[in-house]
Design a binder for this molecule. Sequence first.
Ligand code: ADP
Ligand code: MG
Length: 650
Amino acid sequence: MLEIKDLHKRYQMGDVTVNALNGVNLTIDQGDFVAIMGPSGSGKSTLMHILGLLDAPTEGSYKVKGQEVSQMREDELAIFRRDVIGFIFQQFNLLPRMDAAENVALPLLYSEKRLDLDKAQGLLEKVGLGTRSHHRPSELSGGQQQRVAIARALVNNPIMILADEPTGNLDSKSEKEILGILQDLNDQGITIVIVTHEEEVGMAAKRLIRMRDGVVQSDIRRVPFTENHLEKQAAESKLSKIPLASVYQHFAQGIKTLAANKVRTVLSVLGILIGVAAVVAMLAIGSGAQAAMEKELSSLGSNLLILRPGAIKSASGVKADAGASSKMTQDDALDIKNNIPNLNNVVSTVSGRCQITYGNKNWSTQIVGTNPAYALMHASVPQSGRFFTAEENLARARLAVIGMTLVRELFGGANPIGSMIKINKVNFQVIGVLPTKGANGFRDQDDAIIVPLNAAMYRLLGKENVDSIEVEVSGAQFIDAAQEQILSRINTRRRIPVSQQDDAYQVRNMADIQNALSSSTKIMSLLLSAIASISLVVGGIGIMNIMLVSVTERTREIGLRKAVGATRGDILIQFLVESIVVSGLGGVCGLALAWVVTTVLTYFANWPADISFASVVLSVVFSGGVGMIFGIYPARKASLLHPIEALRYD
Ligand code: ADP
Ligand code: MG
């Protein structure tokens, strides 16, 4: 079954070449019980590792069941290790975090894609450890640990057991027990190859091989034997099994490993968590700010045009003398109203800062003087009391409509209607309270006071001209035409020279302002999220760092997993699953944190921020991707480890 011809193994140690095996020829038939003896350093372990497909020879031929090993692919070797050979190490090589039953079942993870603990229990009973299946290796004696390792070697029904000094670390009682188990297995037809220092063990074997300096020195058959043909059924069919079926198992294992390193896991989760929370919260706050801005702008009316005088420049580019500056009066407003079609309302406004007093209270604010139609155009119809009328405006009546902030600051929240206040020392009567609009992050919209246009111009501000003329167009489709007509009308009326018409007056369109503002908030929030996503990348690097440490730390574990039949793909998936779990966990926690942050912001700062479905999907995909991308390198590094080198690592 095993056939070795002229096998060499050389180790290069700097300038020195060590010939561990120096031309070994050996054939082992199925069903035999072979003991290998020899002094320390004679190459016994090296030979066993090659026989067990854990190491490759430097030179020579090795055939297992007629197949040349050097021509087998890495995954085929893994399947042979898994299904044909059971290896027992001198150091047991049990995984310390798993209990006895899980250790025994470990190879099943790779052959059957599940940890069949019942089967493990059965085998533990067979080696006399039925009551210890939930003990961890550290809670077992050396002899018991080695029996667990034997049960593990048997779990995939191998046709051959290779044991490298299995009793080397054990007392003589345990040694006898283990020898007994191996003899039983041989009686069932399983081929046994055992390396030993004990003459006693050597004498128990059917064939005794002595080695010295990397060659076979003697080879004696002590007990005659008949070759059997114990066959392994359908070992090859397992090659095609998709690793998908084992993803769940890897997931469960990954969770266990992560749970065993809590602090480290929490820290790497934290990295991703902060990144995801920052991105999601930034997107939410950005869209909230945009919504708030749009709300405010739409309360101004989107069909609103505002005409303002511009700065007239002289030909040389500096400001011309005062006489040439463009002006506007109420007559201009009237002219626009009477001559341009499709207008709902036209009002003139003036504004200026004023000192307002009531009793011993003072408040300084921006005052607006305008026509009554302003209330409709700006959604400012009083919530209590009334607005002034056109007649009152003409009569320069001293009436005022005030916002809630003034009600609070001057009247302490009491009903102000009918009270007399002083605006710049002139008496005015409060006749209405403006509807509450709230603060929106930029300014307090309730800090406002509106008085009749003529009263403001002639009694308070001493202005001859109006500051702006506001026009409400009856439909969005008329905006462009109205804009042009207004400009040409005022330029003609004011006899503005053609060369200066571009600068003399300007019409601003609320829809344009709205678009400009909302696209700038959009850019702002994208920029903020881009900055936030940098922290996601940093979190990803953190994961990579942790995974690399983990690969180094678990080198022996990886070696063992490979020795019991894990393929490259299995190891790759195992580590990838771990990093994806970490980053996925970070993603979910980050979403939760973002939700808390935005909810608190909305509640306390009155800032409407909502987490959009798209940003949830984006962050989950992104964090998963981060785990994947930054996990690939460490996982690949782990999967490429050579089994025996990994096992030797400390
Ligand atoms: P045995 O198991 O019979 O005691 P080994 O097979 O472990 O002997 O070792 C055979 C020879 O190969 C020894 O001289 C040992 O120093 C050398 N050797 C074994 N493994 C390595 C290694 N990884 N690197 C270098 N030399 C090694
Ligand atoms: Mg050895």
